[in-house]
Ligand binder design. Structure first.
Ligand code: ADP
Ligand code: MG
Length: 227
């Protein structure tokens, strides 16, 4: 790549640069390639329509979002990438400091806003309200590319309130393409192939550790908080 080349990684805050050429569509047959070809024309950007990628971890949601943002950057559009959690934390802080409107403009300016990982962490009331404001303000003005591990029916639990979830989905989905990826994690592919992981059908649940009164501490006596 040329030195000084404008790429999504450099200008739109994405964690990595990924392209469509690097994506193995054969590995993920649930993806309709015609849908992807249509998105690559960037008509959705001209139409301020949204793209929502749904599916379990590791199936390429972030990769495809960044590839779309990269294609848009190369075509001269502005794009910005944030995880849902960082976005809502940033805007929540701005709200508490009385500068929400000014900060909101940062996320309204680019033609594409990528909101990654919606749904891994639930939003509090302020977060849900702020996200609703953002989606309303971008509605029919700029595209949102959003990734989530939660299907639409579970969005009430992200926002803690089915009414606000419905209001957000209503605006988000009015002009949109949904890409539902139902496949295996690409991250696990090589390990599974090398025999380091059993095939899914051979998997047995791990034996449970002995339960103590303190609630299953680990060997260092701390509770294991990781999932
Ligand atoms: P998700 O966002 O769905 O959790 P990612 O997009 O982060 O998954 O993908 C995990 C890793 O696997 C990334 O390094 C990504 O580039 C790679 N990857 C995922 N799917 C594919 C694929 N079909 N072809 C090539 N690389 C892939
Ligand atoms: Mg991801």
């Amino acid at each position: 790549m040329r030195d000084g080349a404008v790429t999504c990684e450099r200008v739109c805050n994405s964690p990595f640069l990924k392209t469509f050429e690097q994506f193995d569509f054969a590995f993920q047959p649930s993806i309709d390639e015609r849908q992807i070809r249509d998105l690559r024309t960037l008509r959705f950007v001209h139409e301020a329509s949204n793209v929502i990628l749904l599916g379990p971890p590791g199936v390429g949601k972030t990769h495809l979002s960044v590839a779309l943002a990269e294609a848009a950057i190369q075509a001269g559009f502005g794009a910005y990438f944030m995880t849902a959690h960082d976005l809502v934390t940033d805007l929540g802080r701005a709200y508490r400091e009385g500068r929400l409107d000014r900060r909101m403009r940062v996320y309204l300016a680019p033609k594409i806003l990528v909101v990654d990982e919606m749904g891994y962490l639930p939003l509090d009331d302020l977060g849900a309200t702020i996200f609703f404001q953002l989606v309303s303000a971008r509605y029919e003005r700029g595209s949102i590319i959003l990734t989530s591990n939660k299907s639409y029916g579970d969005w009430g639990s992200i926002f803690g309130d089915p009414i606000i979830a419905t209001a957000i989905l209503d605006r988000l989905l009015h002009h949109s393409t949904t890409i539902n990826i139902r496949g295996e994690s690409y991250r696990l592919k090589d390990r599974r192939r090398a025999g380091l992981l059993p095939r899914a059908e051979d998997q047995q649940p791990p034996p449970l550790p002995p339960v103590s009164a303190a609630g299953a501490p680990n060997s260092r006596g701390k509770r294991n908080a990781s999932l």
